[in-house]
Design a protein around this ligand. Sequence first.
Ligand code: WT7
Length: 579
Amino acid sequence: MDNSAQVYKKNIDLLKVKPNLTEYENTYKNFSWDNVRNELEWFPDGKINIAYNAVDRHLNSPRKDKIALYWEGDNAEKKQYTFADIARLSNQFGNFLKSRGVARGDRVFIFLPRIPYLYISFIGILKIGAIAGTLFSAFQEQALFDRLENSGAKVLITDKELAVRIQNVREKLPNLKEVVIVDDENFDNTIQSQSTDLAMEHMDQNDYAFMLYTSGTTGKPKGVVHRHYALLSEHLTAKYILDIHEEDIYWCTADPGWVTGIAYEILGSWSNGATEVVYSGRFSSEKWYQILADYKVTVWYTAPTAVRMLMASGDELVKKYDLSHLRHILSVGEPLNPEAIRWGLKVYGLAFHDTWWQTETGAMMLVNFPCNDIKLGSMGKPFLGITAEIVDDSGNGLGAKTEGHIAFKPGWPSMMQTIWQRQEKYDSYFVNGWYISGDRGWKDEDGYFWFIGRSDDVIKTSGERVGPFEVESALVEHPAVIEAGVIGKPDELRGEIIKAFVVLRPEFAQKVKDQAYAETLKQELAQHVKKHLAGHAYPREIEFIDKLPKTRSGKIMRRILKAKELGQPIGDTSTLEEY
Ligand code: WT7
């Protein structure tokens, strides 16, 4: 906790484009959410709809025929859509859903790779007042079942390839009335035969708009629910932090299966009228640079793991592409190393701007403003209208240079509204009038916030949040496994990788004394998790052990597994059962 960080000084007069926000301290002091309500358009009856604000409001301006989406698939297949196209197609999608009996408040989930129908259906669902949910395309049977069951989803929108994964569990989902397959032969015609007129639902600002499942330490993933008013946070952060200008070409590399893709690849970016690029294919450094160059991307929002992968592919590669249009680059999801910022400055001539937020916060919270200096390694300062503090376990403010929980005063527009059907879980986030984030950190004397780590056992692998409980549950489904403890192990490239400590049934414990067999079984277990839970959430490392450290009440003490793994002191063991 020292103040000796390297500082990247800004001189806004030297920036290629004047930022939308040129002064932070006073703007922050004088800011009130009520004063910026009219950044959104409200219906004359005082109601609102996110979808109207993200898309249809642009139809009354020259933005109508502006490109909203440049889409590129895996085989260099390309499509483009104007705001008018997205408005029309989402109307038709909304009408289609209505014809299938979907009504206000129904949950409709999208389980698709990043194809245009993902974006179109998301907007269509919101227009008819239903609640939109997204499911990451790497999810497998168990992960899908848990989310569809808990949400009571009525309709699932998917494609032929992914639909296979719910075949076995569909009959256990009585609320799931319909599975819509968007690449069925006649589907395009079905959509195009719908009326292009849609009477958009007028929603109360607190009505639920979308939900996303995310993982904690314990239990199944929780359904974080956001309201229509959340768009105000997403809109303003996109305006002032992504710094979207009319002429920008914006590329967010996130997947709408996660909150970044929803907030900044659909909602906040489009509500600012951004022309955006979606690339749905696989990562390769060459391809990413090609996208940046081909589309003349100006604003780029990505993740530290991706930056580290680009770093690994070297400085020479960068020189092969014309990246001269880039003017503002940002990252989210995991700590951004000072090294990555220095490298960005060297090869792109630009500093990555770190942003901190969570599924639950719905929008950026701690941010590096385009107009502020960057302290390398810091997450920056609270966004406008956000009161951030470091607090102790009882929710008492700790002041500067003391480690504690990163906490916020509740009430910003995109603060989650509930955890679906788990009110007690929702309530547990709040202590002494603070929203407690689950992250630990500290702030310095200049009001910059610094990240220390999670206060729970949640794993961040390649920026994606994985709950150890889900992985452990998947492992114990395997016949060789009695129990498992899962931790995040620091990894240079991925931030963390998933490591599983596995206790085997006696007959298997015998067999793994043979090295070769042990290796085979490890691979089999990793595959098992991939196949049942999710392609991204499998243990890259597995270790067989005789016994897991547990509390006397039987809870796995993952922090002890972690301390041992890292060769650190194991700390307080007063609740530990004999180990
Ligand atoms: C967790 C939230 C919201 C964007 C995608 C992640 C970690 C997020 C940072 C950052 C260090 C970060 C935190 C947080 N995290 N941004 N800039 N520096 N850590 O959303 O899946 O809900 O994960 O990601 O641990 O709590 P999420």
